[in-house]
Design a protein around this ligand. Structure first.
Ligand code: ADP
Ligand code: ZN
Length: 219
């Protein structure tokens, strides 16, 4: 099974993606998490990615596609979080899956208004343990103990690119490069769009249940 998470930065792709992975036993492949880990370890890929990520820009398609295909080769049931983010990436993924005789099951699009994205991303903290990757929000979804991950007990940190200027750039990049994927996957009959209002109290469970229901209908 191949599930794709679509949505603006801070829409909850990672959080909802984690829940969906638990329900369907999928591997969570989050390109942002992989890049952050490479940056932390200062690998060649990490240094290259950092130039783009720190400015809120996308890592070039060739680099990203090669990295994702390398990982996909070893995996069977996967949730892709943060990939594809451009039309060329989506086309490369289609080609890749076709060559392996595989298909995308569903594309879950988390639909969050821009003004909520800014609020949400500015108050985001993430788990420092790369195996975990959990994400919290000091206002809307705080951890049980301040500064500590509920899932694994590791310290929480702030992402360097979650500052107001970079967030604005990432939102622009999202509208320009990633939003066209909504039409791309609608045309393929794969899109499942879920509207989210962060000010309602039930978000995480509601959104997860809705996504699970939509995936089950397509299995
Ligand atoms: P968010 O969705 O909150 O912006 P991610 O963790 O998914 O965060 O991505 C962080 C950054 O990593 C992006 O702003 C971008 O620079 C880079 N990145 C992640 N995925 C891709 C991708 N598929 N193509 C290009 N760059 C990517
Ligand atoms: Zn954790």
């Amino acid at each position: 099974m191949y599930i794709i998470m679509l949505g603006a930065p801070g829409s909850g792709k990672g959080t909802i993606g984690n829940e969906i992975c638990d329900k369907f036993n999928l591997v969570h492949l989050a390109t942002g998490d992989i890049f952050r880990d490479e940056m932390k370890r200062q690998t060649e890929l990490g240094k290259k990615a950092e130039e783009y990520i720190s400015k809120g820009n996308l890592v070039p398609d060739e680099v990203t596609i090669a990295m994702v295909e390398g990982k996909l080769d070893k995996l069977e049931n996967v949730l892709l979080d943060g990939f594809p983010r451009t039309i060329p990436q989506a086309e490369a993924l289609d080609k890749y899956l076709e060559s392996k005789g595989k298909k995308i099951t569903a594309v879950i699009n988390l639909d969050v208004p821009d003004k909520d994205i800014i609020t949400r991303t500015s108050s985001r903290v993430i788990c420092s343990n790369k195996e975990c990757g959990a994400s919290y929000n000091t206002v809307f979804m705080p951890p049980k103990v301040e500064g500590i991950c509920d899932r694994c007990g590791s310290p929480l940190t702030k992402r360097k690119d979650d500052n107001p200027e970079t967030i604005k750039e990432r939102l622009d990049v999202y509208h320009q490069n990633t939003e066209p994927l909504i039409e791309y996957y609608t045309n393929k009959g794969l899109l499942e769009s879920i509207k989210i209002n962060i000010y309602s109290e039930t978000t995480k469970e509601d959104t997860t249940n809705e996504a699970v229901k939509r995936i089950n209908n397509r299995k």
